[in-house]
Ligand binder design. Structure first.
Ligand code: HPA
Length: 263
């Protein structure tokens, strides 16, 4: 058993969540949805990232959402921090070792659709890896040839859509395109992304989806729209805007996840 896993097992004290959620920029307040929480700083978990991105905490928070035991990763590391696309591999392997079966990934994203303004929530139905990298570079086994035809689990997508309906939240659906960051896109890149079939752009999530599928976890993902993408409004895009807007749509996403996991 790896060291992080034995620390987690010990701290969770018999709690056996099968669902984990990764919280994106500005979405950390989702942990407030949990009851009977146990908090474990990433610093106590070997192989977990020391995220240096403001708006991201760095802790595992476990507890109950409704009656369901859930584990949240509050804070992720990104490819753009150190150029390592596999930076979330050890945390995800640890979750897998813990018995997590379902992974819900959340992020803040820029929207390519006028009908999906800031504050909207979009379920990710598919993705485009536009980074040129892959978290499985260097993986020697044939398991690296992961199929991604059904990367976003159909049953979990249906559950999330039904939960949104019950919660009265308008849940958009769309394709998320991964740009490496950390600079934002140019208007020309956004026009290209739209031509390629993207509905939203962002700097995370896709490597985690690839790693999770590699590990056999079932995956669902959702974006909170924090801005219209570059060139769509007159404004410059900023991380401050992401941090300010994410909690607004984050409330909507929180009510979807609460509904999804408590039923
Ligand atoms: N582009 C990339 N990542 C983002 C954006 C964006 O416009 N907004 C929030 N994260």
């Amino acid at each position: 058993m790896n060291i992080a896993l034995s620390v987690l097992v010990n701290k969770l004290n018999g709690l056996t969540p099968e669902t984990a959620i990764v919280l994106g920029s500005g979405l950390g307040s989702l942990v407030d949805e949990l009851r009977d929480t146990v908090r474990i700083p990433y610093g106590d978990l070997e192989g977990f990232p020391h995220s240096g991105v403001s708006g991201h905490a760095a802790e595992v928070v476990a507890g109950h959402l409704g009656n369901t035991p859930v584990l949240m990763l509050s804070g992720r590391a990104h490819y753009y921090e150190k150029g390592n696309a596999a930076v979330m591999r050890e945390p995800l392997e640890t979750l897998h070792g813990l018995g997590i079966k379902r992974l819900i990934l959340t992020n803040a994203a820029g929207s390519l659709r006028e009908d999906m303004p800031p504050g909207s929530v979009m379920q990710i139905t598919d993705h485009i890896n536009f980074s040129g990298t892959n978290p499985l570079f260097g993986e020697p086994s044939d398991r690296r040839f992961v199929g991604l035809t059904n990367a976003y689990d159909e049953e979990m997508r249906t559950e999330m859509s039904a939960a949104a309906k019950a919660a009265g939240v308008d849940l958009h659906q769309g394709v998320y395109m991964w740009f490496s960051g950390p600079s934002f896109e140019t208007p020309a890149e956004i026009r290209m992304a739209r031509t390629f079939g993207a509905d939203a752009v962002g700097m995370s999530t896709v490597p985690e989806v690839i790693l999770a599928r590699f590990l056999g976890l079932r995956v669902a993902a959702a974006s909170v729209v924090t801005n219209l993408a570059a060139g769509m409004s007159g404004d410059e895009i900023s991380h401050d805007e992401t941090k300010e807007m994410a909690p607004k749509g984050g409330q909507r996403l929180a009510s979807v996840l609460r509904q999804m996991l408590s039923t």
